[in-house]
Design a protein around this ligand. Structure first.
Ligand code: COA
Length: 263
């Protein structure tokens, strides 16, 4: 399935059960205007129930940027109401990624600043090219992050370190991002997609039911009013009787690879 023409600001394609989403505003360093966020959200939602898709890779076009932030030119004249709406909508887009039942890997091919870093942080796994640069420069513009950067950065690298980067607006190079736990791996730019694909190829061999469940359980910890342990107990119990669970245990006993169907 190829759906290149469905969206205005992104390119999408399914290859080998992986859904590729590429932000296609290279001349603007893939800055996230509202149309781009809407396109990303619709693209991600479109594969929630698509059994052919087993994982998503999200990246930016060109060699310079994953996404250099929310589109400053677009929001520069916004009033309070528009600013609040922009933030709420951005939060909803990033939650759609975070709650995707298919693993979403960010292939960070350059600048991931402001909304770009927030977008990357909403993905389940982040792989950075050696030239990637991260940061939340919003205070330079006289605002705070608006797409959950204050929340997810603190979750990923700890409150004290997050506060420093959020208040200094310092840029973080790829190796530092790795040391901080902001990204999972750093690879040469030419290996970026291959590394993302290698990880998804591994995940593809597992039960899609179990993968979706892992995502729900881990996310539950960060959800208001959810008890992550309780969610895990329920999720675990629900597997008994599933075909994937029976296949997984049978394959182990028969010393062969499991062939999961997602049922
Ligand atoms: N919003 C809108 N346009 C952006 C943008 C953003 N966040 N980031 C980059 N662009 C545009 C530039 O305006 C420029 O457009 P133009 O050629 O029409 O003038 C183009 O992308 C290239 O960017 P440029 O600044 O010329 O590249 P650079 O290599 O000199 O600098 C950055 C790269 C990333 C350091 C710089 O673009 C930057 O600081 N961007 C803003 C980052 C930011 O504050 N993001 C948080 C927003 S809340």
């Amino acid at each position: 399935m190829s759906t290149q023409n469905m969206y205005q600001t992104i390119l999408t394609e399914v290859k080998n059960n992986i859904f590729y989403v590429t932000i296609n505003r290279e001349a603007k360093l893939n800055a996230l205007n509202i149309q781009t966020l809407t396109d990303i959200k619709n693209a991600v939602l479109s594969i929630y129930d698509n059994a052919e898709v087993r994982g998503v890779i999200l990246t930016g076009s060109g060699k310079k940027a994953f996404a250099a932030g929310a589109d400053i030119a677009e929001f520069a004249e916004f009033n309070v109401e528009q600013g609040t709406k922009m933030s709420a909508e951005g939060h909803a887009v990033l939650r759609a990624i975070e709650n995707s039942p298919k693993p979403v890997v960010a292939a960070i091919n350059g600048f991931a600043l402001g909304g770009g870093n927030e977008l990357a942080m909403s993905c389940h796994i982040r792989i950075a090219a050696e030239n990637a640069r991260f940061g939340q420069p919003e205070v330079n513009l006289g605002i705070t992050p608006g797409y959950a950067g204050t929340q997810r950065l603190a979750q990923l690298i700890g409150r004290g370190r997050a506060l420093e980067y959020l208040m200094t607006a310092d840029m973080i190079d790829a190796q530092t991002a790795l040391n901080l736990g902001l990204v999972n791996h750093v690879v040469p730019a030419d290996n970026l997609m291959a590394k993302c694909e290698e990880i998804l190829e591994k995940i593809k061999t597992k039960s899609p039911l179990a993968i979706a469940s892992v995502i729900r359980c881990v996310n539950a910890y960060y959800e208001k009013r959810a008890d992550g342990n309780e969610v895990e107990v329920n999720e675990f119990g629900n597997f008994f009787g599933s075909e994937d669970f029976m296949e997984g245990t049978k394959a182990f006993m028969e010393r062969r690879p499991a062939n999961f169907k997602g049922n």
